[in-house]
Design a protein around this ligand. Structure first.
Ligand code: TYM
Length: 331
């Protein structure tokens, strides 16, 4: 049984990218491994949310996790900031994280480009905090989407470096995990290659979206002028629509529209109508459970308390050992 860790930033309810890239595997893995899944609320502070937004979004992610099928009795489901040991390990790892390597991380460079007025130290050391999240439970496997691949590489760098410095085989070298398959990247509705909250709400379909919202978003998704010759290569927005259809629709619907595209007979409006109804059907059970859980604060509180207890037991053991290794000993 491997130890598994993964987290999600609290930016609202989960979207289909989060689901197919990560949470679907959380649900599968909880039966086979010792799993720790958490809400990365320390991480979300890099964008300076208001206290009210932070609280509401942590709750939404907790609800989405439960609605997606994570069983808090099986997996350890917790809120990152309930485990102060994570912050301590982050501090310790930061001492051996170097400016040059942190500045080269693609997600950091992108943030510098997108928000030049808020390039804070938390953004720079984001991979060290992720390393603390994973190493605090000495995890071997980290189920994530494609966009987290480079972060996992950094985690291994920090883990190996710690072992080398202290000449000890203590931390494992965790890997990004998708059951031996390529990591997943679900595209957005705006023609971009990644479904993402930061690209705006219209780009993503949320597990909580009402049917009418899903219909509107999909009908407005970016398309092109249509193919003019048979077997024409697809533009990015059309590739995206087909990708979404592949994960959400029955195989014969997908095959039908591929044939129409290749024969230049495709009508995007028609294709979108099918896709919208399939997306609505797919999200229905999640939407219903989200509605039920929203009304059940007592249960949510119980889940958070149980998760914090279980996660702290594991985290405090690691911190105790790490302090010993580093040389913090009782005098
Ligand atoms: P975050 O919150 O951006 O995304 C959470 C998870 O969802 C996956 N994901 C996607 N997968 C496929 N297609 C998409 N369009 C898509 N969008 C998001 C992400 O790959 C991720 O698995 N830094 C992390 C959170 C984190 C973490 C950790 C993860 C903090 N500490 C430790 C693993 C281990 C993040 O911002 O993910």
């Amino acid at each position: 049984m491997d130890i598994v860790v993964s987290g999600i930033r609290p930016t609202g309810h989960l979207h289909l990218g989060n689901y197919f890239g990560a949470v679907k595997n959380f649900v599968k893995m909880q039966h086979e491994h010792d799993c720790f899944f958490f809400i990365a609320d320390y991480h979300s502070l890099t964008t300076h949310p208001t206290p009210a937004d932070l609280y509401a979004n942590v709750k939404r992610v907790l609800i989405s996790f439960l609605a997606a099928g994570i069983d808090p009795e099986k997996a350890t489901l917790y809120i990152q900031s309930d485990i102060p040991e994570v912050a301590e390990l982050y501090l310790l790892l930061n001492m051996n994280a170097y400016l040059g390597e942190l500045e080269r991380v693609a997600s950091f460079k992108e943030k510098v480009r997108l928000q030049p007025n808020n390039v804070n130290a938390g953004l720079l050391t984001y991979p060290a905090l992720m390393a603390a999240d994973v190493l605090i439970h000495k995890a071997a496997k980290v189920p994530v989407g494609k966009d987290q691949e480079q972060h996992l590489e950094m985690i291994r760098t920090f883990s190996n470096r710690f072992n080398r410095i202290y000449n000890i085989d203590y931390f494992p070298a965790p890997v990004a995990f998708n059951f031996g398959e390529e990591l997943i990247k679900i595209p957005g509705l705006d023609g971009s290659t990644k479904m993402s909250k930061s690209e705006g709400d219209a780009n993503a379909i949320y597990l909580s979206d009402a049917p009418e919202t899903i219909r509107k978003k999909i009908m407005r998704a970016v398309t092109d002028a249509g193919p003019t010759q048979s077997d024409q290569p697809k533009s990015q927005p059309i590739e995206n629509l087909f990708h979404l259809m592949k994960v959400l629709s029955p195989a014969d619907t997908y095959a039908h529209f591929i044939t129409l595209y290749n024969n230049c007979q495709v009508r995007y409006g028609d294709m979108k109508k099918h896709l919208a109804e399939d997306a609505i059907a797919f999200t229905r059970p999640f939407r219903e459970r989200i509605g039920e859980l929203e009304a059940n604060n007592n249960y949510l509180h119980k889940v958070a308390v149980l998760g914090a207890e279980k996660a702290r037991a594991s985290a405090s053991q690691t911190i105790k050992e790490v302090r010993e290794i580093i040389g913090f000993r009782h005098i």
